[in-house]
Each structure stands twice: as structure tokens, then as C-alpha cells.
Design a protein around this ligand. Structure first.
Ligand SMILES: C[S@@+](CC[C@H](N)C(=O)[O-])C[C@H]1O[C@@H](n2cnc3c(N)ncnc32)[C@H](O)[C@@H]1O
Length: 297
């Protein structure tokens, strides 16, 4: 749990609970944030290939000032801090207290001086200005209304400043997410509900046309979308992968909604469905993302 001492180290900005993102903030600040913080090492290993592709596109150089939006436990924030060096700085912004506590503990352990974490809703909180880069690894798809959110964040960049983030492409291109939950739903006899494809979710930025519009309406230019595909290692084998996908994937939410007893009912079906994705390295279905870059106008 968060202690008073933790609160001293992580700055807080704005009143996050008053924004339209209150539902997402509550999610990431509650049990989901706790789970992500607990599983940080596994999740970092799983998402690092995608984050590395985004970092390569971001072309961070020494001396730059950067914000890492939705930085979570800070894996990419530390990487950026290393790249900008002592003359640069990076601010990790997130709404999840449990994840920030973990990030700040690492910052202190490693004595990283050019890095700060702030607990804030990036779409509304005051942000530093004149930045070189806005970066994010899977942290920008959770705004209730991304149009004003990106307008707000774009103001923190200097003219010609850069945006670089990685987001998931469509769910149908991401069997790591759809196969386990599809098997779980089938095992429970529950059909998939109609979803608003643009509601805050990992897949909210899948539609290139709409995401481009969000960025261009925020004043960004030179917007590029580059597909980047990589396997998503869910576990050591199909059974382990099924359990992993319950801990952090969309299947977990479905099973929690069904009641914890549902796990026994769905695990065999999920394991069976993941068997085709077993290889010598573990259970690793394909993952499909966009690496998005743009310039501040
Ligand atoms: C999928 S996680 C990614 C975390 C981290 N970037 C990583 O790759 O490990 C999404 C992150 O976005 C954060 N987030 C969601 N809404 C946010 C908002 N309005 N402002 C700042 N962060 C937000 C969540 O708390 C969570 O840490």
C-alpha cells in the first residue's frame, strides 16, 4: 500500500478525479494498477520490443527534455533518462499511484537525478512547456476524449518538437488478446458484446484514419504510421499463457465479471486455444502495433 513517505516523493498535479477520465483513473489507480505494479517485470519483458521500436523512432538525443505519457512503472522513462543524459530531463506522467510508487522506488534505488514522476492526468494537468519530445509506450489510448487531450499535450512541445508513441492495431490483428478471451467466452457461453471501437481501451487508436485526425486537429504535422509486429510472450507454455492472460489481458476482466469461480471453467479451453502459439521460447501469439510519429506545428 501507499505510505505517507511515498506521497512525499511523487508530485501531484491537478485534480484528476474531476476530469472526464475519472473511470480510467479509478481503474488504473485501483486493483488493475496494483496488478500491473506486481507483474512489472513480466509486463516489461512483454512490451519492451514494442517500446524499443517506438524509442528508435523517437530518436532521443542527449540534452533533450521529454515527457513519457502514461509512464506506468517507468521502464521507458528510465531508458529515456539514460538517453538524454545529465543535461537532459524526463518527466513520467501517470494516473496510477501504485505504478508510480514502484517507478519512484526504482528511481531512488538507482539514484537517477534527471528524472521525475508526477501523478497527473496528462490530458488536463499543467505540463512543462518547450519540450523536445512527447513519448508513450501504450499509454495514450485511455483518454475519454483524445481530441482535446492531444491538443492539451501538444502545447507542451516547442515548435518542431516531436511526438512518438506505440499503440495496438485492431484487436483482430492481436490474437494474444483475442484468443484467450474468445475461448473464455465460448467456454462460458457468453457472446462478445458490441463495443465502441473508440472507447478508452488498448485498441482505441487502432484506426489509422481517426488517430491521424486526432493528431492533425491537435496541430501535429508530418504524421506517420509504421506497422510493427512482434510476438507477445504470454507465458512459458499454453497453460502458463492462459493464466498470464487472465492476470493482465482482456480475459481477466471478463473472468472477474463472471466471478472468480469461472477460472476453473475457462482455463482448459483457454489453454487449448493457446496451444497453436507454443514454440521453443514459450507461448507467444502475434502482436500488431502502430509506431506513430509526428511533429508539433
Ligand atoms: C498499458 S499501461 C502502459 C504503462 C507503461 N507505459 C508501460 O509501457 O509499461 C497504460 C498506462 O497509461 C496510464 N494512463 C491512463 N490514463 C492516463 C491519463 N489520463 N494520464 C496519464 N496516464 C494515464 C495508466 O495509468 C497506465 O500506467
Amino acid at each position: 500500500m501507499v505510505s505517507e513517505a511515498d506521497g512525499d516523493y511523487i508530485a501531484r498535479e491537478g485534480d484528476a478525479a474531476m476530469t472526464d477520465n475519472a473511470d480510467q483513473i479509478a481503474e488504473w489507480n485501483g486493483p488493475m494498477g496494483d496488478r500491473w505494479a506486481q507483474m512489472q517485470a513480466d509486463l516489461d519483458a512483454l512490451t519492451r520490443p514494442f517500446g524499443n521500436a517506438a524509442l528508435a523512432a523517437a530518436k532521443v538525443v542527449s540534452g533533450e527534455a521529454v515527457i513519457d505519457v502514461g509512464c506506468g512503472c517507468g521502464d521507458t522513462t528510465f531508458e529515456i533518462a539514460r538517453a538524454v543524459g545529465a543535461n537532459g530531463s524526463v518527466l513520467g506522467v501517470d494516473v496510477s499511484r501504485p505504478m508510480l510508487v514502484s517507478a519512484e522506488a526504482r528511481r531512488q534505488r538507482e539514484g537517477v537525478a534527471n528524472l521525475k514522476f508526477v501523478e497527473a492526468d496528462a490530458s488536463a494537468a499543467p505540463l512543462p512547456s518547450n519540450l523536445d519530445l512527447l513519448f508513450s509506450r501504450f499509454g495514450v489510448m485511455f483518454f475519454e476524449d483524445p481530441f482535446p487531450a492531444f491538443k492539451h499535450m501538444s502545447k507542451s512541445l516547442k515548435p518542431g518538437g516531436r511526438l512518438a508513441f506505440v499503440c495496438w492495431r485492431a484487436a483482430r490483428e492481436n490474437p494474444w488478446a483475442t484468443v484467450p478471451i474468445g475461448a473464455a467466452r465460448a467456454a462460458m457461453g457468453v457472446p462478445a458484446p458490441q463495443m465502441d471501437p473508440y472507447a478508452p481501451s488498448p485498441f482505441a487508436f487502432a484506426d489509422e484514419t481517426r488517430t491521424r485526425r486526432i493528431l492533425e486537429e491537435a496541430g501535429f504535422t508530418d504524421v506517420t504510421f509504421t506497422p510493427f509486429d512482434h510476438t507477445v510472450r504470454l507465458g512459458a507454455n499454453a497453460a502458463d499463457g492462459a493464466e498470464g492472460s487472465i492476470r493482465f489481458g482482456p480475459a481477466g476482466r471478463f473472468i472477474r465479471e463472471m466471478g472468480e469461480g469461472a477460472i476453473v471453467q475457462v482455463l482448459p479451453a483457454m489453454t487449448e486455444a493457446l496451444k497453436p502459439f507454443e514454440n521453443a521460447d514459450g507461448c507467444a501469439p502475434p502482436g500488431a502495433t502502430w509506431i506513430v510519429t509526428a511533429k508539433a506545428g
